[in-house]
Design a protein around this ligand. Structure first.
Ligand code: FAD
Length: 458
């Protein structure tokens, strides 16, 4: 049994783990990064990147179908999933090569193998012990299911959905959250019939209610079915498909059932609890400085309760590296983390919803403004509908920006600066937004909220 000593030993080479490794190396630390599969983790190989590539193919399919409206003669024939998957894999491979090259150029020791926390400062991989002055746990997450709902055969999760080499005729999607609506959108554009089942009253239930309703309108128009506020009770599989029963007695048939009910922390059997790391339902508990209950042991990414997003993992990884190096970084404000859902139309938001702002500041102390993309030239050119909704604390800053429409995800950058820098509508109204861009709609919404609307009726 060999022993190896490093300043920082990191378990898991996904968004959280590799960001901690890169920043630690920049700060002059010796780093071991333990990964049992591929550097890049869920986001690069089974999450953000491959799904967004499929969504882009879906957009091309939609544009082709609608091409006549733009005076272009083209005919949508079919989806070639082998070619779609080749395109997607090409993107993933290129990014993977780039990441591998970046990590190796920084003198980070990558250890391929399955690690386990075997001491408060050590991780064992294939009998070798890697001891760090500091440890970072970043072992990520897996697709959860419901009690009694077994994954297998025609009941799949996003992992299998990404491996499919055909377009199903009819799919049932259990869960109307981010992953569920993204796959529903992809399959609909690829030509499938889709029904989403969501137990809560709305699609994307973590968003501002008006955005959820906007997405429901848009999906209805696209012919994507959904059952809201009704819970799943069971599924039967037969040779050609599945039959899903709901608690209200409805029975739905499909070729496949995608289970998209959230992601659980990947922490079981990794020695965390045995070493005394405080946990809650499998998640690793940390203080706001991301330190676990064991001094010198930190945690990042999806295993830490909160938004399970890659950019949160990156930021946490950077934070931990700086904390270890004694730089005393500012605590990450979780309420300011932007969220984007890349279905068609896209949904993007940052900060407080109207309901949350009213709960926080009192209903009389909050005002909202919705700028309809009908007044935005570029949105008309692209043929998209939607709106930008601002939530403002009266006589105070903008505390929430909520958007729906094609490509609004690309607008989240300015929205998050506005919210996180606590800008007043009057401040933003003085900034010039380029015409004609969709971004201009953010400027227009702030002009209106500052009392001087330009291309708006109110
Ligand atoms: C379908 C889908 C779409 C998504 N889309 C987006 C999106 O558009 N935007 C966004 O921000 N987020 C998205 N996410 C979420 C994002 O992928 C995660 O938030 C992010 O990957 C979390 O990073 P992480 O480092 O915590 O974990 P992971 O990326 O899961 O990485 C953990 C790594 O640890 C390794 N590991 C685990 N246990 C061990 C062990 N014992 N030994 C060695 N290695 C181990 C794993 O192999 C893995 O590589 C999506 C997720 C899914 C599933």
């Amino acid at each position: 049994m060999a022993e190896h000593n490093f300043d920082v030993v990191i378990l898991g080479g996904g968004s959280g783990g590799y960001a901690a490794a890169l920043r630690s190396a920049q700060l002059g630390k010796s780093v071991a990064l333990i990964e049992k599969d591929k550097l890049g983790g869920t986001c690069l190989h089974r999450g953000c990147i491959p799904t967004k590539a499929l969504l882009h193919s879906a957009e091309v399919a939609d544009v082709t179908r609608e091409s006549a409206a733009y005076g272009v003669n083209a005919e949508f024939q079919s989806i070639d999933m082998t070619a779609v998957n080749k395109y997607r894999d090409g993107i993933v491979d290129k990014l993977f090569k780039g990441l591998t090259g970046l990590v190796s150029s920084k003198n980070i020791t990558v250890i391929n193998g399955e690690g386990r926390l075997t001491g408060p400062k050590s991780i064992t991989v294939n009998g070798d012990v890697y001891t760090g002055q500091n440890i970072v746990l970043a072992s990520g997450s897996y697709s959860r299911s419901l009690p009694g709902l077994e994954i297998g055969g025609r009941v799949i999760t996003s992992e299998q959905a990404l491996q499919m080499d055909f377009v199903p005729n009819k799919v049932l999607v259990l869960g109307g959250g981010v992953i569920g609506v993204e796959f529903a959108s992809i399959w609909k554009s690829f030509g499938a019939d889709v029904t989403i089942i969501e137990g809560l009253p709305h699609l994307v239930p973590n968003e501002d209610e008006s955005v959820s309703k906007g997405l429901e309108r848009a999906f209805r128009k696209r012919g994507i079915d959904f059952k809201l506020g009704v819970r799943f009770s069971g599924v039967e599989q037969h040779e050609n498909g599945v039959i899903v029963s709901l608690e209200d007695g409805t029975r739905l048939e499909g070729e496949l059932l995608l289970v998209a009910v959230g992601r659980g922390p990947n922490t079981a059997g990794l020695g965390y609890d045995e070493q005394g790391v405080a946990m809650d339902r499998g998640f690793v508990l940390t203080n706001e400085r991301l330190q676990t209950s064991i001094p010198g042991v930190y945690a990042a990414g999806d295993i830490v309760p909160g938004l399970q997003l890659a950019h949160r993992g990156f930021q946490q990884g950077i934070f931990i590296a700086e904390e270890i190096a004694g730089l005393k970084p500012a605590v990450i404000d979780e309420s300011g983390i932007p969220k984007v859902t890349y279905c068609e139309p896209e949904v993007a938001s940052v900060g407080l919803s109207e309901a949350k702002a009213k709960e926080t500041y009192g209903a009389d102390n909050v005002s909202v403004y919705e700028y309809n993309l009908g007044g935005n030239g570029k949105s008309q050119i692209l043929g998209t509908a939607g709106f930008i909704k601002l939530v403002r604390r009266n006589n105070g800053p903008v505390v929430g920006v909520h958007m729906i429409g094609s490509r609004v995800g690309e607008q989240i950058g300015e929205a998050q600066l506005i919210v996180n820098w606590e800008a007043y509508p009057e401040d933003v109204a003085t900034l010039v937004h380029a015409h004609p861009t969709m971004n201009e709609a953010i400027g227009e919404a702030h002009l209106a909220l500052a009392g001087k609307p330009l291309h708006a009726h109110a």
